[in-house]
Design a protein around this ligand. Structure first.
Ligand code: NAD
Length: 344
């Protein structure tokens, strides 16, 4: 550790393979490091914590922030940080640092995988053969070539997906609150207003962060505008889609299928005991019910927040998170989302 660095007490709630654990320990040599193979909760807090490291499955609530008297930095081992109470952190002037980019290709490739699995009925074909039925009848798909693909959010992941889709001779339209005309020109796609995208897309793929302004952006009203048989892909955040409305859309035949790597209230799926706790609300119970309907539905593919999970990407996530901690120990600010202007 360089002499100018301050020694920090780091508690990280992460499940790591032994080689990754060794890698983190080596990189943070000189700091006090405590890796807990569990999700963060009020029951497993370490009051000596100065740096709190969390993955997306841990919720950093105001209560947790207030329960750590020495807390100086929160490090999200992820891009998304909607599970961290930013207001509470800001109020205490605690920087929240994330991994702005760890390979947009990783999530874009997974979104594309969901797209092909749905449109070519791959998931149903595999299931059928495993059940002993070697028969293609009733499993007709559609070509991507010539179809209109609507990308919501032309940031890092959305743009990578656009560049991949170009190779499939698709017609790409996009919606973003902050359209980038240069990207549009260079990548041969067209920005359209959201209602037009909903109306004309054969496939809609979501790539916006979860903000108040994007919460339930796909609700019943939006689904009613969509083309009959549309496929919806969501690898961004579950809260972007109103699950109840999606179930309705699937039942009405408006939505032909959905590929969902994220679900609203996915923490309830990870730990179903939460449904029995006193903090469980009627909304939680309802969300959980809808999630189970979506999981069991014959027109959906639901995966367990898996899109980021490649060997290469995990290494990049860990390395950037470590850099965030090391920079902080030197008094520098790196990837602090509380210092950025919030996009609406
Ligand atoms: P990004 O910040 O590069 O891009 C987000 C885009 O959304 C930007 O172009 C922004 O202008 C746009 N946007 C913001 N608010 C908007 C609004 N109200 N309406 C329309 N557009 C709006 O983000 P990214 O790296 O492309 O990631 C997108 C999302 O993917 C992340 O926020 C995260 O939630 C999710 N993600 C999921 C996984 C996974 O494993 N499933 C992994 C990484 C990221």
């Amino acid at each position: 550790m360089p002499t100018k660095s301050k020694k920090l007490y780091c508690t990280c709630y992460l499940t790591l393979t032994p080689d990754m654990k060794a890698h983190v320990k080596k990189k943070l040599r000189g700091h006090k490091l405590h890796i807990i193979d569990d999700v963060l909760s009020l029951d497993n807090l370490d009051p000596k914590t100065e740096v709190l490291g969390v993955f997306v499955d841990s919720k950093v609530t105001k209560k947790i922030i207030d329960s750590l008297p020495k807390l100086k930095q929160i490090v999200a081992f992820s891009t998304g940080y909607n599970t961290i109470d930013l207001k509470a952190a800001k109020r205490k002037k605690i920087p929240v640092c994330n991994v702005p980019s760890y390979g947009e290709n990783t999530v874009a490739e997974f979104s594309f995988g969901l797209m092909l699995s749905l449109t070519r009925q791959l998931f149903l074909g595999v299931k059928r053969v495993k059940e002993g039925e070697f028969d293609y009848h009733g499993l007709r798909g559609f070509d991507l070539k010539g179809k209109t693909i609507g990308i919501i959010g032309t940031g890092r992941i959305g743009m990578h997906l656009i560049s991949m889709l170009k190779g499939f001779e698709t017609n790409i339209i996009a919606y973003d609150a902050y359209p980038n005309k240069t990207l549009e020109k260079e990548n041969d796609f067209t920005y359209v207003p959201l209602p037009e995208l909903l109306k004309t897309s054969d496939i809609i793929s979501l790539h916006v962060p979860l903000f108040d302004s994007t919460y339930h952006m796909i609700d019943k009203k939006a689904i009613k505008k969509m083309k009959k048989g549309v496929y919806i892909i969501n690898t961004a955040r579950g809260g972007l889609i109103d699950s109840e409305a999606l179930v309705w859309g699937l039942e009405e035949g408006i939505v032909g299928g959905a590929g969902l790597d994220v679900l609203e209230g996915e923490d309830l799926l990870e730990d179903p005991h939460k449904l029995l706790s006193t903090t469980c609300t009627v909304k939680d119970t309802r969300t959980s019910l809808m999630n189970n309907v979506l999981i069991d539905h014959k027109k959906t593919i639901v995966t367990p927040h898996l899109a980021f999970n490649t060997t290469e990407a995990v290494k990049r996530i860990i390395d950037t998170s470590i850099e965030n901690i090391i920079a902080f120990s030197r008094g520098e600010s790196l990837n602090d989302v509380t210092a950025k202007k919030k996009k609406k």
